[in-house]
Design a protein around this ligand. Structure first.
Ligand SMILES: C[S@@+](CC[C@H](N)C(=O)[O-])C[C@H]1O[C@@H](n2cnc3c(N)ncnc32)[C@H](O)[C@@H]1O
Length: 293
């Protein structure tokens, strides 16, 4: 497209949608396994049209401004910047969320945690639900939207992340009480008792963070879980017994290799609860489920 863009400016020729997509796909192939759909999403974003429209009208010519905007986004994508940050929106479960580099990009694995919470709250309308480390608000907002009788609270230690979560709560017309604080400290201070605690906290071992592709663009505060990755999980579970009702459900996302360690920590904190480690779609340990009856 760079070539075509030069053509536009130089000889006044224009590039059309089909040509732009083909060239973008070739370039993105080097950095992405989903180059064709990435190219479509980026061009759709620039032209404010959906994929079906792009495919139906490949002869549509790009204006020089559109070609310039597309080229700028392509360059950033080629440099490795994640697509969700380029688009500013990303889907999670049944809706789209505003995402900025202040928040973790919501991941499909986290939908498993949400599904567990949705099922539990379906039986308990009016449940008090706390989302700890809310980030974009993906969990809290989706739960509040789909279970409108629930009383939803969300905490994050990052004011920048909370600002994004608040925007998402407004975008999806949900009523959530947000707190800026460390783990469950706002709940301990307020004397809140929860039916459900859900938490996708940072769980990557500190030494591994710098070597991971995600750490180039996503906030370190969302990734670094201390020496073995379980620092925040340990601290949360130490406080959690004072924040939950006698009957309660806790759901924590963990790394694929943390199942056994997290199970022990959970059982020590909640000796009478049923503790299960649930697997994700790739059959890897992903969620610790603690149900106290
Ligand atoms: C892995 S991200 C998860 C974001 C979102 N819940 C999701 O599932 O997409 C973890 C979040 O925890 C927040 N966080 C890190 N340490 C925290 C702490 N001590 N107390 C509260 N939030 C914390 C980070 O700012 C980040 O937004």
């Amino acid at each position: 497209l760079f070539k075509n863009h030069a053509r536009i400016n130089g000889r006044g020729e224009q590039v059309n949608v089909g040509e732009a997509l083909r060239e973008a796909k070739t370039r993105l192939n080097r950095v992405s396994e989903s180059a064709a759909s990435d190219a479509q999403r980026l061009l759709g974003h620039v032209l404010s049209v959906d994929r079906a429209h792009l495919l139906a009208y490949p002869e549509t010519e790009l204006s020089p401004e559109q070609a310039g905007q597309f080229e700028a986004l392509l360059k950033r994508a080629e440099a490795g910047e994640p697509l969700p940050y380029l688009l500013g929106r990303w889907p999670f479960y049944d809706r789209e969320f505003i995402v900025t580099p202040a928040v973790l990009i919501p991941r499909p694995e986290t939908e498993l945690l949400l599904e567990q919470a949705l099922a539990y709250v379906a039986e308990r309308p009016g449940a008090v639900v706390v989302d700890v480390g809310t980030g974009s608000g993906a969990l809290a907002v989706t739960l509040a939207a789909l279970r409108p009788a629930a009383q939803v609270y969300a905490v994050d230690i990052s004011p920048a992340a909370l600002a994004v979560a608040r925007q998402n709560a407004d975008l999806h017309h949900t009523d959530i009480t947000f707190s800026d604080g460390d783990l469950l400290s706002p709940m301990l201070e307020g004397g809140l008792k929860a039916d459900v605690i859900m938490a996708n906290l940072p769980y990557i071992a500190r030494d591994e963070v710098p070597g991971l592709a995600v750490s180039r663009y996503e906030p370190h505060l969302a990734l670094d879980g201390g020496p073995d990755g379980l620092d925040l999980v340990r601290r949360l579970l130490a406080d959690a017994p004072r924040v939950v009702k006698d009957e309660a459900l806790l759901l924590l996302e963990i790394g694929w290799d943390q199942g056994e360690a997290a199970r022990w920590i959970a059982q020590a904190a909640f000796p009478n609860a049923a503790v299960d480690v649930l697997k994700d779609y790739a059959a890897l340990d992903r969620i610790v489920r603690i149900e106290q009856k």
